[in-house]
Write a protein that binds this ligand. Structure first.
Ligand code: ACM
Ligand code: ZN
Length: 752
């Protein structure tokens, strides 16, 4: 009997899973699927056995009403069943939020270890509802036992660079709730705008919430939109949002970034700065040199006043005080800051920032709250009770945990969801590359920590910086499906987290986005292009994870007569190559991806470097200089570039045989905002044996001003070519990055 039951369960689990279309995310700890259904309709009653459950019942009814056009009446259990019963049960797990769901033919029982648990049970039930509108909802009979893996399951949103309406912030919070996140980190202030009303300092929003214009192009470009951009949240609105989140068991952690990223505050109250202004709310991205004066006691009075109002509005235990990316140049020359360092016996400016943070911490602690800050707060000594958000990788988090400080992991790779999720350029992003599978496979507990130390890792968080989130659609495009993947990292037991299984659920998860009107990215199914070299020739390699699709391609921009992709495509002429995915009926189901290839005498040839590029910018190796691909969009893609920090480039190409040459060119790039400067000089050499090189005497002409082409015209024969570009050296004062090594970026050598 027992054996039969187990076999039955196994078989039914496999077959019914497919039939019933269960695509829960995050995946519950345990799920057993039975046979048959429970039917929810307008006659189903919702039974509340316990106090405090009205909120969750109302949430469910609101959802049913919006999506299916009916609601459930509250009542008591009936003889014939047809009820959804919410109640409490003791479930012994490490963190609050555990629940069970028992669906039989007559009832659904959702039992939580507290209100939060019941709410999460309802979120799971919502994900079991069909993805089309119907009045007869079938829920498969099943049993779920579920609980969170981490105490802290966070999502962040920056509203300084672009802000979103209160209505949309609520929607964002509902997305978090659906995925069982319990912390919303609201980044409210930064250089580009102050977004929270502070009654004592009205100029923060009168002045600091507006910038005159916004960078319209990529970081480093000079394209602005000439349009004033303003906005902030009133304290009344913030109270509403806090209440809304609390009703979804989500704590909001407000961030008031200090002492750096404060230009909006400085523009409002110039006395806060070292040289007293005038200051301007920042119109571009990056890091501003002007920061709060850490020597002036009135800076602390100001920030304490601000924090008083912030703590009044946000009842959670943590207040985020930023602490990231605070340049120290102004402090070095500020007599007030230098005096403070003397009187407080501080060895350097890092210790001054640490002094600043500790002083703020003391104040926040005195009000019964705690501070959390970005990992820079480790530099110069960690404040005694501070928690750390590790964003520059995991090193800060590891160091903090080893010092018995609580940590939230939010490393840029892979948890910055504003980074690109595809290598095909689909829209402007910060750059970077954090594909879905990297987010899914992220493990918040670093190997470097022992069991005791790892208890300090509270959990992890996805960050969403809004430089390129110009509207809600773009926000959601960046968020989904990566946020769903992160939800599983934070909730599902480690041994239950399974990429293959997630991949199978992904189409169903996407169906739910569609049903809910959520925008999302299908980058995961995009064609993945690559360049291969074989026998002095280059090929375009195309792959897709959509197993049902077929890849087609064209060797020019004419998509009318595409070829079917069978093997990597030989690149034998300069031109625009395109590829797309079709379904079995030859209908194009993806966007076309385009790549311009520059086929020339150097393309695919043997190349070696006699100088070492920086490890972070040498992904494609020396080959990236002869792969036929040039950087044309002003975007830094490490597979196409070599970057040298303070060093020169020297490359030798073997053309394979004595070759007639009419011109040689080097493509370089300048983006001063990123400390990338044009070469000081470029020179070319030739050789017959690869040993002895003679300089080419004809002049090297520079064409272009950001995408730089260094070209020389010749009339000669050679087998070997040497290309040398001299780094610009130490960046001159007055220029971005002054005093540091310049970067030299090169992407292609052309021989014609
Ligand atoms: C950060 O990304 N500056 C925390
Ligand atoms: Zn100062």
């Amino acid at each position: 009997m027992k054996l039969y039951f187990i076999i039955f369960l196994l078989c039914s689990t496999i077959s019914l899973k497919a039939q019933t279309n269960i695509n829960l995310v995050p995946m519950p700890a345990k799920i057993n699927i039975g046979k048959g259904n429970f039917r929810i309709n307008a006659n189903t009653t919702i039974v509340l056995e316990g106090s405090g459950l009205e909120n969750t019942a109302a949430y469910f009814n609101d959802y049913l009403s919006k999506k299916y056009g009916f609601t459930l009446k509250k009542g008591s259990k009936k003889k014939d069943g047809n009820a959804i019963v919410l109640n409490f049960e003791r479930l012994d797990y490490q963190f609050p939020g555990a629940y069970t769901i028992d669906v039989n033919s007559k009832e659904i029982y959702i039992s939580g270890d507290n209100e939060t648990g019941v709410f999460y049970g309802i979120q799971t039930l919502i994900q079991l509802l069909p993805t089309k509108k119907t009045e007869h909802i079938n829920i498969p009979q099943l049993f779920i036992n579920d609980y969170p893996r981490f105490a802290y399951r966070g999502m962040h949103l920056d509203v300084s660079r672009h802000l979103f309406s209160v209505a949309y912030i609520k929607k964002y919070i509902d997305y978090l709730a659906l995925h069982k996140f319990n912390n919303f980190h609201w980044h409210l202030t930064d250089d580009q705008g102050w977004r929270i009303e502070i009654k004592k300092y009205p100029k923060l929003t009168e002045v600091g919430s507006c910038r005159s214009q916004t960078l319209a192009g990529r970081f480093g470009s000079d394209l602005y939109d000439s349009t004033k951009y303003c906005g902030f949240y009133s304290q009344e609105e913030i109270k509403q949002v806090v209440q809304y989140a609390a009703a979804r068991y989500i704590t909001i952690i407000p961030e008031i970034d200090m002492p750096g990223h404060c230009l909006a505050a400085l523009a409002s109250y110039p006395f806060l700065g070292c040289n007293k202004g005038p200051y301007k709310v920042m119109e571009t991205w990056g890091v501003a040199a002007d920061v709060l004066c850490a020597g002036n006691d009135s800076t602390y009075v100001f920030m304490q006043d601000v924090l008083d109002e912030v703590m009044q509005l946000f009842p959670g235990q943590y207040i985020h005080i930023g602490g990231d990316e605070c340049p120290k140049e102004k402090w070095k020359t500020c007599p007030v800051c230098q005096q403070k360092m003397k009187t407080e016996n501080l060895k350097n400016e890092h210790e001054l920032q640490s002094y600043f943070t500790q002083r703020i911490e003391k104040y926040v602690n005195s009000k019964g709250r705690k501070i959390i800050g970005w990992d820079e707060i480790l530099e110069g000594g960690l404040a005694p009770n501070a928690a750390v958000m590790s964003w520059r990788g995991e090193a800060g988090g590891i160091a903090a945990a080893k010092q018995n400080h609580f940590v939230v992991m939010t490393p840029e790779r892979p948890l910055y969801l504003n980074w690109s999720q595809t290598k095909n350029e689909d829209s402007v992003t910060q750059g970077g590359y954090n594909p879905l599978e990297d987010v899914y496979n992220y493990e918040p507990i670093p190997k470097e920590l022992d069991l005791q130390q790892s208890k300090f890792i509270l959990g992890a968080q996805g960050n969403l910086w809004s430089e390129y989130l110009m509207n809600e659609k773009k926000l959601e495009y960046m968020l989904f499906p990566r946020m769903s993947a992160l939800a599983e990292v934070l909730w599902t037991p480690r041994n239950k987290r399974n990429w293959i299984d997630f991949e199978k659920r992904l189409p169903g998860i996407i169906e739910r986005y569609k049903f809910q009107g959520t925008n999302y990215s299908t980058a995961y199914y995009d064609i993945q292009p690559g360049v291969l070299v074989s026998g002095n020739e280059i090929f375009w390699k195309l792959e897709s994870r959509n197993q049902d699709g077929k890849i087609i391609y064209v060797k020019d921009s004419n998509t009318n007569s595409p070829l079917t992709y069978k093997a990597p495509v030989l690149i034998n002429k300069t031109g625009l190559y395109g590829a797309a995915l079709t379904d079995t009926t030859n209908r194009v189901i993806s966007s076309w991806i385009w790549q311009k290839f520059y086929s020339n005498k150097a393309t695919g040839k043997k190349i070696s470097l006699t100088t070492e590029p920086n490890k972070s910018y040498s992904m494609g190796g020396a080959f990236s200089l002869v792969d036929g691909v040039q950087n044309e969009r002003g975007m830094l893609r490490s597979a196409q570039f070599l970057g040298f920090n303070g060093k020169n480039l020297e490359a030798i190409i073997d053309l394979g045989a004595l070759t007639e040459i009419n011109s040689i060119s080097l493509h370089a790039f300048e983006q001063k905002g990123s400390w990338i400067y044009r070469p000081a000089s470029v020179s070319f050499f030739i050789s017959g044996d690869g040993q002895l090189f003679a300089p080419i005497e004809s002049p090297v002409k520079l064409i272009g001003n950001k995408n730089l082409l260094y070209k020389t015209l010749v009339n000669l024969k050679a087998r070997y070519i040497k290309v040398a570009a001299k780094n610009n050296g130490i960046i001159a004062s007055g220029e971005p990055g002054a005093g540091n090594n310049a970067w030299l970026f090169v992407d292609e050598i052309e021989v014609n």
